[in-house]
Design a protein around this ligand. Structure first.
Ligand SMILES: [Mg+2]
Length: 223
């Protein structure tokens, strides 16, 4: 199984929901540094779809938390652990890394909203939550499930997966939409990295077309 890391604030956790529960006096006292309010991390609600997504992905990935706690908020570490246990039970037990240096953790995927604290230099693939490509949990889950098709060494395993017709159709539509975005980018730049992404996307789309049972060769990318 591939290693998947989750950021917390702005990814699993709705930071604003915690702020909304603070009194006006506390908000004023901690203005500009609300993440330092004692206990604020225990007040936050999950992001929409986060719980379901984590549960779905847990069947396909080796999962860890990779989060940062504000340096000056001494209860943030324990609040975060309590939050995880409250929402996920033992799913992340002894699988939590709290650090300002996410780039030093070795994994395959990191779902993180911001580039800060080493996220943009993560050695695996950084999935930027909230970006145009990955706006919400629905898209992130769809992408990560489609990625698992590349993780298996033989195609027989793919056929044994429980893949619904709807999921296949939605995934192919998503991949097509992403290809359009990349093609539009090609009008302004044609860097090697972009070329590589287009190639990978073409392979992935072809694989999903195989799964869908597509017969027409014209639907496939010529690689
Ligand atoms: Mg974050």
């Amino acid at each position: 199984m591939k290693k998947l890391f989750f950021d917390m604030d702005g990814v699993l956790v709705d930071f604003q929901s915690g702020i909304d529960k603070l009194s006006d006096d506390v908000k004023k006292e901690y203005e500009g540094r609300l993440d330092e309010v004692p206990g604020i991390f225990s007040l936050m609600e999950p992001m929409p779809g986060a719980i379901e997504a984590v549960n779905t992905l847990s069947e396909h990935y080796d999962m860890y938390i990779l989060s940062t706690a504000p340096w000056k908020n001494t209860t943030a570490y324990s609040d975060k652990l309590a939050w995880l246990t409250h929402h996920f039970g033992d799913l992340f037990k002894k699988r939590v890394m709290i650090t300002h240096c996410k780039n030093l953790c070795d994994g395959d995927y990191l779902i993180n909203d911001r580039a800060k604290n080493g996220a943009s230099e993560f050695p695996g693939e950084w999935i930027q939550f909230g970006s145009e490509r990955y706006p919400d949990w629905e898209e992130v889950t769809r992408y990560l499930i489609s990625e698992t098709f590349f993780h298996d060494e033989d195609d027989e395993k793919i056929n044994s997966r429980k893949v619904t017709h709807l999921l296949v159709e939605q995934t192919i539509n998503t991949l097509d939409a992403y290809m359009e975005v990349l093609n539009a980018q090609c009008d302004t730049e044609f860097a090697d990295e972009l070329k590589e992404r287009i190639l990978n996307l073409s392979r992935l789309t072809n694989k999903w077309l195989d799964v869908s049972g597509e017969q027409s060769e014209t639907e496939y990318y010529d690689i």
